[in-house]
Design a protein around this ligand. Structure first.
Ligand code: PHE
Length: 468
């Protein structure tokens, strides 16, 4: 059995199992669920994507999340300390995994700032205006939307970015139990009520049934082997991001988990919460956009424009749309905030452990870094829009290297470490600590040793293969 004990509420850990579950679910539920999941589902054949996603969530996502939480709780360390504590040779993996949240946090806060802006606009009754007003035309003659106009400015996006980043940091400074746990216990139930309420409302709109069918029924038309591979890669990639895996977050939160609480049960709850919110977001967005666009699926395929350009128009067109729009952007802001808190905490924990500085000072360092790097993403849309990294804007570049490269590599090496170096018993012992049983043990072994590594390789090579 494992000997090292972890942090208790008295020494800076979570005070309850529910607190842990809601905080981890808070990390998992974010922009990825609300904005990215629905349009991926729409793009990759509706029901087929949902089914593939669900299967991967309860197998692959389950195994990876369980591994991370168990490593965190068993070592009681931040991500940089945890991997070398499992095996000395894996020290670089700790640093790689710590770099991921450090690079995601800045741009996540920039997008969080955009959400805040939209929230304030809708709450002050300006939703209709921004939905319809044109802010000039591009060289190609297309209308410039409020969103494009807004991100092209410098002062406003910077101010909203700063407010958002500092708000998350304040919660982290308050500590794990008094800050993150309390905040998550308050916000996550509100979030659930909001999303259920809005989805029920949008499903009652005239014509929503067609959109619902499009979302839920599988579309096998033109479903080739390449498309299947792409769908799997998209589902697995989304799962990673959505469950906040391979970036040290679950290791960090695991290190704060109480020894007596069940890891297996907690992971199942987090997984259900995360998948449910993603599914419900689709129930809001897909039918609503369908009704608005008169059944044109292309309207869903707009990337970031879906949330910031199409949805305001959709809200404007529905009865009580101003109110629903305001609620929706409150929902997105809350979901994003609990996610950026987990990113801030993960990097703060590394600095606290390595420098022995206080929580507040460590968090201060993280925020200064976040602001400096985040400004690149803010300016990448305005003053510095001519500067490109490998043909990408700063924000897209950070998103690409973390999601497409660093995270799959980190997950692959985590599987190698647990599957072949220290063997799965390292995790199994921690799962069975206090609990005595591990119901999905066989599934777990098979996932970590064989399926997860293969999925990681698929994610890493798909962009190259499908391009060719
Ligand atoms: N899981 C979050 C989401 O679905 C994204 C996230 C990524 C959160 C990284 C924290 C860290 O949006």
């Amino acid at each position: 059995m494992t000997k090292k004990s972890t942090k208790t509420a008295a020494t800076g850990g979570f005070g309850s199992k529910l607190g842990f579950i809601l905080a981890a679910a808070g990390s998992a539920v974010g922009l990825g669920n609300i904005w990215r999941f629905p349009y991926l589902a729409a793009k990759y054949g509706g029901g087929i994507f949902l089914l593939i996603y669900l299967i991967f969530a309860v197998t692959f996502g389950f195994a990876l999340m369980l591994t991370e939480i168990a490593i965190g709780r068993r070592t009681g360390k931040s991500v940089v300390g945890a991997f070398p504590a499992v095996n000395k040779k894996f020290k670089p993996l700790g640093w790689l995994s710590a770099l991921v949240p450090a690079l995601i946090l800045p741009y996540y806060c920039v997008i969080g700032g955009w959400v805040l802006k939209f929230m304030t606009v809708f709450m002050t009754g300006g939703g209709s205006e921004i939905a319809n007003k044109s802010y000039g035309t591009t060289d190609a003659g297309a209308d410039i939307s409020f969103f494009d106009h807004f991100i092209g400015l410098v002062a406003q996006p910077t101010i909203f970015f700063l407010i958002y980043a500092v708000a998350g940091a304040v919660v982290v400074c308050l500590g794990v139990d008094k800050g993150i746990e309390k905040f998550s216990k308050l916000l996550m139930p509100v979030l659930l009520v909001l999303i259920i309420g809005i989805s029920i409302y949008t499903l009652t709109l005239d014509g929503a049934g067609e959109g619902l069918k499009y979302y839920i029924l599988p579309d096998f038309d033109g479903f080739t082997a390449t498309k299947l591979m792409k769908t799997i890669a998209a589902a697995v990639g989304q799962l990673f991001y959505s469950m906040s895996l391979a970036m040290g977050i679950m290791i960090t939160y695991g290190s704060y988990m109480r020894k007596e609480d069940s890891i297996e049960g907690s992971v199942r709850h987090i997984e259900i919460f995360d998948t449910l919110v993603a599914f419900l977001s689709g129930l809001i967005i897909v039918p609503a956009v369908f009704v608005f666009s008169g059944g044109d699926p292309d309207a869903l395929n707009k990337g970031p424009g879906l949330m910031f350009v199409t949805l305001p128009k959709v809200f404007d067109s529905m009865p009580a749309g101003q109110f629903i729009g305001a609620l929706f952007f409150v929902l997105v802001a809350l979901a994003a905030l609990t996610s950026s808190i987990s990113l801030t905490e993960t990097v703060t924990a590394v600095i606290m452990e390595k420098t022995k500085l206080s929580r507040v000072k460590s968090c201060g360092i993280v925020i200064v870094f976040t602001i400096a790097v985040g400004m690149l993403s803010v300016l990448g849309y305005s003053a510095w829009s001519d500067i490109k990294l490998f043909g990408m804007q700063f924000l897209d570049f950070f998103d690409f290297i973390t999601n497409n490269l660093m995270m799959p590599v980190a997950a692959l090496f985590t599987c190698i470490l647990v599957g072949y170096v220290v063997k799965t018993k390292y995790v199994e012992e921690e799962v069975m600590y206090g609990e005595k049983t591990f119901r999905s043990k066989m599934l777990y072994r098979c996932m970590i040793k064989y399926i997860c590594p293969v999925c990681m390789v698929i994610i890493l090579v798909t962009p190259f293969v499908t391009e060719i």
